[in-house]
Design a binder for this molecule. Structure first.
Ligand code: ADP
Ligand code: MG
Length: 258
C-alpha cells in the first residue's frame, strides 16, 4: 500500500431525478482511498452504496462535490476502473477465454500482448484447463473467478465490487472472498467492495466505511487491524479482535427487524 491517493470523494451529494420525483441518495460524502488499499462499504439496503460505485466508475456525475480517480476529475467511464457485479454476466455462448477477452474487445485492445496476459491470468488462477469451456460447464465459484479475470484483463487501477458474492451459497462465498481478496492483493489493485455482509467486509478490508440510511452520510470509517496468522480473509476471521469490530459495525448499522 502506498500514500498515493487513488480515489477521492470531496463533499459529494447526489440527487436522482425521475418522473416519481427526487431521490436524495448521497449527502456530503468525503473519503479517500490510497493506492493498493481495500475498502469495504456497508450500509442499509437502498442507502446509496451502488451510487457511490457508479460515481467512481463515471456512470453518473455528482450533483455537487468532486469525484477524483488517480488525481483527475472523473469525466466518464475509463479503463482505469473495472466493475464487478453481483451476477457474473458471462455470455453463455462464448468460451471462458472469449468471455475473459470481452473487456479488451470492447476497448478495441486486442493486441497479442493482452491476449497472452489474459491467458496467463486464467492459468495462474486455475482456469487454464477451462479456457475453451463454456460458462455452464463451470461451478458458481469458477464463473465468478472468470468474471474477475475478465475485469483484471483490462488492467484497471481500481476494482469496484458490488456485492459480488451474494448469488453464491455460503461455503462458496467464503472460499471466493478468500480467493478474490488474495488475487486483488497479489495484482496490487485498489479495491472498493460493497457488501451487506459485515463479516465479509471486515475480513477482506483495510478499512470499513459505514453509511447511514438514505441520504447516505458517512457514519464512521474503521481502520481494521487484526492479529491473524495469515493476512487472508479466512484467517482474519479467526482474529481475537474480529468480534469487536463486528459488534461495533452491527450497532452502527442499527438494523431493525420488522
Ligand atoms: P444501495 O446500493 O445502497 O442499495 P442505491 O445506490 O442503488 O442503493 O440506491 C440509492 C437510492 O437511489 C435508492 O432509493 C434507489 O431507489 C435510488 N436510485 C438508484 N438509482 C436510481 C436511478 N437511476 N433513478 C432514480 N433513483 C435511483
Ligand atoms: Mg446496491
Amino acid at each position: 500500500m502506498s500514500d498515493k491517493e487513488m480515489v477521492n470523494l470531496e463533499n459529494v451529494s447526489l440527487k436522482y431525478h425521475s418522473l416519481e420525483g427526487e431521490t436524495h441518495a448521497l449527502k456530503d460524502i468525503s473519503f479517500t482511498v490510497n493506492e493498493g488499499e481495500f475498502i469495504g462499504i456497508v450500509g442499509p439496503s437502498g442507502c446509496g452504496k451502488t451510487t457511490i460505485l457508479s460515481l467512481i466508475a463515471g456512470l453518473i456525475k455528482p450533483t455537487t462535490g468532486q469525484v477524483l480517480v488517480d488525481g483527475k476529475t472523473v469525466e466518464g467511464p475509463s479503463t482505469n476502473v473495472g466493475y464487478m457485479l453481483q451476477q457474473d454476466y458471462l455470455f453463455e455462448w462464448r468460451t471462458i477465454m472469449q468471455n475473459a477477452l470481452l473487456g479488451l474487445e470492447i476497448h478495441n485492445n486486442m493486441a497479442e500482448e493482452f491476449k497472452t496476459k489474459t491467458e496467463k491470468l486464467l492459468e495462474t488462477y486455475g482456469l487454464g484447463d477451462f479456457k475453451n469451456h463454456y460458462p455452464d460447464q463451470l461451478s458458481g465459484g469458477m464463473r465468478q473467478r472468470a468474471a474477475l479475470i475478465r475485469t483484471l484483463a483490462i488492467d484497471p487501477k481500481i476494482l469496484l465490487l458490488d456485492e459480488p458474492f451474494s448469488a453464491l451459497d455460503y461455503q462458496t462465498r467464503l472460499a471466493m472472498s478468500d480467493e478474490v481478496s488474495t488475487i486483488i492483493r497479489k495484482e496490487g489493485k485498489t479495491a472498493l467492495l460493497v457488501t451487506h455482509d459485515i463479516s465479509e467486509a471486515i475480513s477482506m478490508s483495510d478499512k470499513v466505511l459505514v453509511l447511514s440510511q438514505r441520504p447516505a452520510t458517512i457514519k464512521n470509517i474503521h481502520v481494521i487491524r487484526l492479529t491473524s496468522e495469515e493476512d487472508r480473509p479466512i484467517s482474519r476471521r479467526q482474529a481475537p479482535e474480529f468480534r469487536e469490530y463486528f459488534n461495533t459495525v452491527w450497532r452502527e448499522l442499527d438494523v431493525h427487524v420488522e
